[in-house]
Design a protein around this ligand. Structure first.
Ligand code: GAL
Length: 367
C-alpha cells in the first residue's frame, strides 16, 4: 500500500487509503457532497477504531475541496452531545449524513439517520441540524419520524385507514429482525406507523432544479423506499410522499438526474456485507418508478457485490456535461475507521447509467 499521500496525485484511487491535507485517511463514511460557491464539501460519519466505531462517538466530519481529489480537513461539523439525555448523545447511531443549502433561509441543512442510544436500530428516525456556514458548526434542531399523520400519495383510498384489530393482530406476531423477511406484509406497516410517523433508516437528500428538496429513505422495516418532499425551509417533511418498490428491501439510496430523468442507485439489504447494486428510473420523482437491473459491469464477484461496496451518493461534477461520480463505501465493521471509499465514474449506454471498476482515474474521463 502506498504511503505517499494520494492527495499529491490528481486522481481517484478507489479502495486505497485516501489521505487528507494532513496525511490522515479521510474519515467521512456513508457520506454525501454539497457543492456551494465552487467548493465541494464532503460530509460523512466520523468513525473510530474497532467495532465501537460503528456507533457515533464523535459526530459528522466535513472536508472541503476545489477539485474532488485533494481534501482539507475542516473538522467536526456536527458533534455528538455529552448530555446523555440528548437524542444525539455520544454512542447513538448517526448514519448517512447529507447537507443541502436552502437559498431562501440561507441555512445549510443536514439530515441523517438517527438511532437513539441503547435502542439498536428500532428508533428509525431522521435527525436535522442547521448551520450558517457550510463547514458548521451545525446545531441539532430535532429528530422526527417523517410524515406523521399523512397518507402516501400513491396508495388507493381504501388503504388510507388505520389497521383494524385483525390486521394489528397479524402484525403482533411478526418480527422484523433483519432484512428480507418472507412474511413481509406490504400494505400494513405504513398504516401501523401513520400516527407515529414513518420509519426512516438509510437515507439521502436530493434538491431538484426548482429548489424543492426530497428525502429518500428506507422505511417500513426497510422493506419499502419512500420519496418524501421536504418543507420549504428543508427542516421537516412536508406530508407529500410516495412509497416505491414495496417489499423489495432497497437500501442505500443515491439519486441523480440526467437529461430530465431520475436514476436511483440502491443496494439490497445485508447489513455491512456488500451485495448487488440496483438501478431504478422514473420520468418524475412522483413515479412511475421501474427497476432496471444491476448497473455494475465486470467480474461475477464485482457485479454481485458492487465492487465490494454499498452506494452512498452520486456527485454531479461541476463544469462538466453528463459527469457524475458514484460514491460508495467499502465498510470495515470490525475496524470501522478503516472503511474505504469507492468512487467511480457513471457511464451511459442506451440512455441508462452503468458502472465499471477503475484502479485509477481522473476527471479527464469526462472530457
Ligand atoms: C447497512 C446500512 C448502513 C448501516 C448498516 C448497519 O445496511 O446501509 O448504513 O445501517 O446496515 O448494519
Amino acid at each position: 500500500m502506498s504511503t505517499k499521500p494520494v492527495s499529491l496525485f490528481k486522481e481517484f484511487r478507489p479502495a486505497e487509503l485516501w489521505p487528507d491535507d494532513r496525511g490522515v485517511h479521510i474519515n467521512a463514511h456513508g457520506g454525501g457532497i454539497l457543492l456551494h460557491e465552487g467548493i465541494y464539501y464532503w460530509f460523512g460519519e466520523h468513525k473510530i477504531e474497532g467495532e465501537a466505531g460503528n456507533n457515533a462517538e464523535v459526530g459528522v466530519h466535513v472536508y472541503s475541496s476545489s477539485n474532488l481529489y485533494q481534501w482539507k480537513d475542516e473538522g467536526i461539523a456536527l458533534k455528538v452531545s455529552e448530555d446523555p439525555k440528548s437524542e444525539i448523545a455520544r454512542g447513538c447511531i448517526l448514519e448517512r449524513p447529507k447537507v443541502i443549502y436552502n437559498q431562501r433561509t440561507r441555512k445549510f441543512v443536514m439530515w441523517f439517520h438517527l438511532e437513539i442510544k441503547g435502542s439498536g436500530y428500532s428508533s428509525a428516525r431522521s435527525g436535522v441540524a442547521i448551520a450558517d456556514q457550510a463547514t458548521g458548526p451545525y446545531e441539532f434542531i430535532h429528530s422526527l419520524r417523517p410524515n406523521a399523520g399523512f397518507w402516501p400519495a400513491n396508495v388507493p383510498d381504501g388503504l388510507k385507514k388505520p389497521l383494524d384489530n385483525a390486521e394489528q393482530a397479524q402484525l403482533d406476531g411478526l418480527e422484523f429482525p433483519g432484512c428480507p423477511v418472507p412474511h413481509y406484509p406490504p400494505d400494513l406497516l405504513f398504516r401501523r406507523d401513520f400516527v407515529k410517523g414513518q420509519m426512516a433508516r438509510d437515507m439521502t437528500l436530493f434538491v431538484d432544479d426548482d429548489g424543492t428538496a426530497y428525502q429518500i429513505y428506507a422505511s417500513e422495516e426497510n422493506g419499502t423506499l419512500h420519496i418524501s418532499q421536504l418543507s420549504d425551509d428543508y427542516l421537516r417533511s412536508s406530508g407529500r410522499y410516495i412509497r416505491i418498490f414495496p417489499g423489495r428491501f432497497h437500501e442505500a439510496p443515491a439519486l441523480m438526474k440526467w437529461r430530465g430523468k431520475y436514476f436511483l442507485f440502491s443496494s439490497e439489504c445485508t447489513s455491512w456485507d456488500p451485495n448487488a447494486a440496483r438501478l431504478s428510473m422514473a420520468n418524475s420523482l412522483w413515479g412511475q418508478w421501474t427497476e432496471r437491473g444491476n448497473p455494475c459491469r465486470g467480474t461475477k464477484e464485482q457485479i454481485a457485490t458492487t465492487f465490494a461496496s454499498q452506494s452512498a451518493f452520486v456527485i454531479p461534477v461541476a463544469d462538466h456535461h453528463d459527469a457524475f461520480i458514484f460514491m460508495a463505501d467499502r465498510w470495515r465493521p470490525e475496524n470501522a475507521i478503516d472503511g474505504r471509499y469507492i468512487w467511480l465514474p457513471v457511464q451511459f449506454e442506451n440512455d441508462l447509467p452503468f458502472l465499471e471498476w477503475k484502479d485509477r482515474w481522473d476527471l479527464n474521463f469526462f472530457a
